[in-house]
Design a protein around this ligand. Sequence first.
Ligand code: ZN
Length: 150
Amino acid sequence: MSELRELYQEVIIDHGRHPRNFGVLDCASYHQEGFNPLCGDKVILHVYEVNGVVVDLKFEGSGCAISMASASLMTECLKGKSRDEIQEMFNLFHRWVTEDADESVSKEKLGKLTVLGGVREFPARVKCATLAWHTLRAGLEGENRRVSTE
Ligand code: ZN
């Protein structure tokens, strides 16, 4: 178990230090900003959506390793997904980091996102891990305002 934990941490540290899909997206359909005041994490998502499918997404921001790794992993996993699929992923991910979710179903659907499951034991960290997701959901729902996890 501790080996697995170390592996998880490595993925988080790697994505935290070298976030994927970091930067501006010139063709973005919309932008959405999110903030986690508890930790000071900030994320701005740039989303390019065509006919209800998120064709591309990038993010900018700053914050702790968990918030950056979560945003990085999220952008990798959600590219090419439809709004419905994203909503399903959001629900699965949220359950995964907050309560004991069905391991096999979640692992199959969430893939690498499961590395963030460790935050379950640290409620304050859940906000870091879900910031990008709440921000994306607000963007999809067209709420043109800053999202705060508080
Ligand atoms: Zn944080």
